[in-house]
Write a protein that binds this ligand. Structure first.
Ligand SMILES: Nc1ncnc2c1ncn2[C@@H]1O[C@H](COP(=O)(O)OP(=O)(O)O)[C@@H](O)[C@H]1O
Ligand SMILES: Cc1ncc(COP(=O)(O)O)c(C=O)c1O
Ligand SMILES: [Mg+2]
Length: 287
């Protein structure tokens, strides 16, 4: 299993590739990390040092791998936090090279968008790029509910409205969608919920909400990474959802027990292969 992972890198702490690479490696994936930005720390500290990588690096480095003849071995491209809209075009160029080398390779797009409610800061134009260009090319997409609302252009207040919106996204091209964080009106506030759908099935899963002084960042990046690695190892959508939820919950429990703000990515390493809690997905459809 080889995964080209195009996301942010933070030197200190965990977000983007710094939250995604190690968990995927623990699940047995050879990860090829390609960094869109190199920042001192994630943007929710409000200040950071570092730079957005020159956009052409993305296609140049991918072309370099193609020249070695190894790109054909790559099973998937995972994209996450993008540093500039211009980088988007180079991610699509990298995807074209990958699909030319391996027509079976899949593209998992985690459409990381900035949002005032989340405090995550993303460059202008990135959301438009993701909605108009990246999502139609993707096989798997993993927005949170806010991002789903930005994709379909309206707010969503019930689970049934969210399911309808997910099917609209599937109609644009992707075969699988994971909603990494739900916050519709009638949701049980004691539970964190996620939803996974294809055209044939829909699954909901819950984990208990943990108390944090400040919500850890990078949870979504780790979630997308584990979901992709689970699917690539042959798990069904429901089994991938269950494994991902249990593993991330284990990491969050460890993080909470240490009263840390940054995810306990390394200390909780056993969770990626043998999660300490078993969580079961609920089948929504077919009933
Ligand atoms: N079990 C949990 N208890 C408390 N907070 C959680 C739990 N699971 C996830 N979170 C928090 O929920 C948020 C993840 O949702 P969100 O930020 O909307 O998605 P994403 O990380 O994909 O952008 C993170 O801030 C994370 O710390
Ligand atoms: C550099 C960087 N990468 C990725 C993310 C995405 O993190 P999350 O998984 O919480 O959406 C953030 C959020 O602030 C970030 O600052
Ligand atoms: Mg996110």
């Amino acid at each position: 299993m080889n995964i080209l992972s195009i996301q942010s890198h933070v030197v200190f702490g965990h977000a983007g590739n710094s939250a995604a690479v190690f968990p995927m490696q623990c699940m047995g994936a050879n990860v090829w990390p390609l960094h869109t930005v190199q920042f001192s720390n994630h943007t929710q500290y409000g200040h950071w040092a570092g730079m957005v990588m020159p956009e052409a690096q993305i296609s140049e480095l991918t072309a370099g791998i193609a020249q070695t003849g190894q790109l054909a071995q790559c099973n998937a491209l995972l994209s996450g936090y993008i540093g500039s809209a211009a980088q988007g075009e180079h991610i699509l160029a990298a995807l074209q090279m990958l699909r030319a080398a391996n027509p079976l390779a899949i593209y998992h797009c985690d459409p990381v968008m900035g949002h005032p409610l989340k405090g995550c800061i993303v460059a202008p134009g990135v959301a438009e790029f993701l909605i108009e260009k990246a999502i139609p090319e993707a096989n798997i997409v993993s927005p949170n509910q806010l991002e789903l609302e930005m994709i379909v252009g309206r707010s969503l207040s019930s689970l049934s409205e969210i399911v309808v919106a997910c099917h609209e996204v599937l109609a644009r091209g992707p075969q699988t969608i994971l909603i990494k964080h739900l916050h519709y009106q009638s949701k049980d506030p004691a539970c964190f919920e996620m939803l996974a759908l294809s055209n044939d099935e829909a699954w909901l899963i819950r984990r208990p909400i943990l108390a944090f002084d400040k919500e850890p960042v990078g949870v979504g990046d780790m979630t997308s990474a584990l979901f992709l690695a689970s699917l690539l190892t042959g798990k069904s959508i429901s089994a991938a959802l269950e494994h991902t939820t249990a593993a991330v919950y284990g990491v969050l429990l460890e993080t909470a027990s240490q009263s840390r703000y940054e995810l306990a990515v390394v200390d909780a390493r056993q969770e990626y292969t043998k999660p300490s809690h078993a969580l079961q997905a609920i089948r929504l459809w077919p009933e």
